[in-house]
Write a protein that binds this ligand. Structure first.
Ligand code: RIB
Ligand code: CA
Length: 307
């Protein structure tokens, strides 16, 4: 049984990724750490607990982490997910409670108790993960891998001309995690576009699949409208695409080992992920970039997983 730890800034697409992980029988989610990002830390914790409850399977412990980036101030992605992050649908709070404020300690304890086995999956800014790596560098290296939803390498950024939201909200954290000594698998924004977009008929099938599927569509109504304003002809589910790469690696059609780093001081380029696959910088490779996935398989497996 594969073991996962998920770090999330739980808004509507994170919620779908959590549902997928908790309903996929081949993996066990050992814990969930929450970070600010799409919404405030407090709201993200509430949304994570709602998502765990809506998955309808089991309830891993949920821990609160960082309420702000390492060095910067932040804004929230209200325009993408609504004020509460779940399209302001007024879902009741979960009955579940969070375990406490010690996300970094909990994450590190999990790695030390399961050396070399836990796959870390990050769906938000990397503040919690960087802080954990600073606190216990050797313990952090006991994670098997880190799959990061982040970056926009072959398309414009979604939060600046060159930067994707999870990276630009805390670029120093991302740079630290890329260099923390654990193999990085980067799932950039582009893999949730193109044939990975959930068109109306895909959304209708997902909504009809089960109450969990209906929640997955309903909580993303604001993201659907936001996508239309960007000219996307479907719902772009970035975190579920990254989670699908973890759960079902056979959907990956193209990937590249490379050296990865993050611009942290650019006047216009802060938050940009540098993807040095030509080896201009002569640095050792520290990651693998997922360049293309089978979008149809991603959607079919997601609908089946939430049925
Ligand atoms: O850029 C998309 C990413 O930023 C997703 O993880 C979304 O939830 C937001 O956190
Ligand atoms: Ca997210």
């Amino acid at each position: 049984m594969r073991k996962l730890w998920i770090d999330t800034d739980t808004a509507s697409d994170d919620a779908v990724a959590l549902l997928m992980a908790l309903r996929e029988p081949s993996v066990q989610v050992l814990g969930i750490s929450v970070v600010m990002g799409n919404v405030s830390l407090e709201q993200a914790v509430k949304n994570a607990l709602i998502s765990v409850e809506r998955a309808g399977t089991y309830a891993p412990p949920v821990y609160a982490g960082a309420s702000k980036p390492l060095y910067r101030s932040t804004d929230f992605a209200v325009v993408c997910h609504g004020v509460d992050g779940l399209s302001d649908r007024g879902y009741p709070d979960a009955k579940l409670q969070a375990k406490g404020q010690n996300a970094m300690e909990a994450m590190l304890r999990c790695a030390r108790e399961n050396p070399g086995e836990v796959e870390l999956v990050t769906l938000g800014p990397l503040t919690n993960v960087a802080a954990a790596a600073f606190m216990d560098p050797e313990g952090f290296k006991l994670f098997k891998s880190i799959t990061i939803m982040g970056g926009a390498l072959r398309m414009p950024g979604n939060w600046s001309p060159v930067a994707e939201f999870n990276i630009i909200i805390d670029p120093e954290a991302a740079e630290a995690v890329f260099h923390a000594g654990v193999p990085v698998i980067l799932a950039p924004f582009e893999i949730c576009t193109g044939d990975s977009l959930f068109a109306q008929e895909d959304r209708d099938r997902l909504a009809a699949a089960s109450p969990t599927g209906a929640f997955a569509v309903d909580c993303n109504l604001v993201l659907i409208e936001y996508g239309k304003r960007l000219g996307l002809n479907g719902l772009c589910l970035a975190d579920p695409a990254a989670m699908a790469v973890v759960l079902w690696p056979q959907i990956v059609q193209e990937k590249q080992e490379t050296y990865l780093c993050v611009e942290t001081a650019g006047k216009y380029t802060t938050g940009m992920v540098i993807y040095d696959y030509i080896d201009h910088l002569h640095r050792p490779k520290n990651g693998t970039v997922i360049q293309r996935i089978d979008g149809k398989a991603f959607k079919e497996r997601t609908i089946r997983c939430l049925s």
